[in-house]
Ligand binder design. Structure first.
Ligand code: IMP
Length: 188
């Protein structure tokens, strides 16, 4: 792929997390500020596809871009907060999640990312990344954002928030999805 590739995001920190991996593509990276569009959907895939439809159909954005959506799916809460992760983080936050999980022995959870790649004239391709892990009993660490202080990825001893950005970026749901997208674009 040639030219410029945009990441639609309200959080520039996310570009930082995936920038290293996208650099191998030799494309210029940019961000486009996302306006909040409320969407009722059951899956991350629906959220991403709805978002892309809105950006292309209603906003008339005709550039190559990535629109991603992520969420934390906690097994013992039947996948909550899932597609509502951003809203739940902004309202009850990590303290609220820990409270909801008080007394629950099963702490397993999955972080998921779905990335939608829109290329004008070619349509949309979806790339998924997931990482299993556990919800802690208390918040730990100060790096990162969102649920990082309460999530320990499988095989690790510390939360995402106790890891530097380099450590977190060795492996995460977002990195796994990004690697699939990079692989796809490298073949073009
Ligand atoms: P987004 O779709 O990537 O904005 O993710 C939705 C919400 O999930 C964010 O507002 C965060 O609260 C949470 N989230 C997504 N990815 C991560 C992560 O890597 N660490 C911690 N929280 C995350």
């Amino acid at each position: 792929m040639k030219g410029k590739l945009y990441l639609i995001t309200g959080n520039p920190g996310k570009l930082k997390e995936i920038k290293n991996r996208l650099d191998v593509l030799n494309v210029e990276l940019g961000t486009l500020q996302e306006e909040f569009v409320e969407v009722q959907a059951d899956t991350l895939e629906e959220v991403v596809l709805f978002g892309i439809e809105h950006l292309v159909g209603e906003k008339g954005i005709d550039l190559p871009f990535i629109k991603a959506d992520s969420g934390l799916f906690i097994d013992s809460l039947d996948g909550f907060p899932g597609v509502y992760s951003a809203y739940v983080q902004d309202t009850i936050g990590n303290d609220g999640i820990l409270k909801l999980m008080e007394g629950l022995d099963d702490r397993t959870a999955t972080f998921k990312t779905v990335m939608g790649l829109h290329i004008p004239g070619e349509g949309v391709s979806l790339f998924r990344g997931e990482i299993r892990g556990e919800i802690t009993l208390e918040k730990k660490g100060f790096f990162g954002f969102g649920y990082d202080p309460v999530f320990i990825p499988e095989g690790a001893e510390k939360t995402f928030a106790e890891m530097t950005i380099e450590e977190k970026n060795r492996d995460s749901h977002r990195i796994r999805a990004t690697m699939k997208l990079v692989d796809h674009l490298s073949r073009e």
